[in-house]
Design a protein around this ligand. Sequence first.
Ligand code: PLP
Length: 209
Amino acid sequence: MLRNDIKEFIKTIPQDITIVAATKYLSKEEMDELYENGLKDYGENRVDSFLEKYEYLINNKNIKWHFIGHLQRNKAKQVINKIDYLHSLDSLELAKIIEKERTTPLKTFVEVSINLEENKNGVPYYELSSFIKELLQYKNIELVGLMMMAVKGSLNTQEQFHKLKELKAEIEKEFKITIPYLSMGMSDDYLEAIKEGATHIRLGRILYK
Ligand SMILES: *Cc1c(COP(=O)(O)O)cnc(C)c1O
């Protein structure tokens, strides 16, 4: 069930920020409810559930599909031409599959690992520059942003978001490019992420509790 005051909640988010509804908790009926409440950017993290929901909503033309979870290489083919955004590019092996399979440039966020001690998915921050250098040669990948998940570690949440913002500026300067988006912030930390310049917040539980 969506929260009763979903419309009021949405109004508390600045209009220039995209709410990507993390749909992993939702049934098809609840997807209909999201749509009726004006939320049209959906983020899934598992290939099977994505395909199910995608088929179900295939006639709703103005939906944007974001893939936000780790995308296994052996399953990538099944989704790569159905999604509008990939938030979780974390390896050149996956980039190569996209380059080969995708028919138009895919708007892609590179997932960055800021807190290495947690061993999360993502490109370690100190390898980001060489990763991007390689990536810029792929014509079917349109680099639009950096993505991260904050974790408990030596830096607090806001410091982690700040670090991603700084990394973005460094990369832009180094390669003389503009990276328009930052995908960061979830139910527990989206306010801090917005303070640090998030353009896309990925919200799950807070929409539903
Ligand atoms: C589930 C999920 C979210 C949303 O998490 P909540 O804490 O429920 O807001 C955001 N990003 C990713 C990658 C997720 O898997």
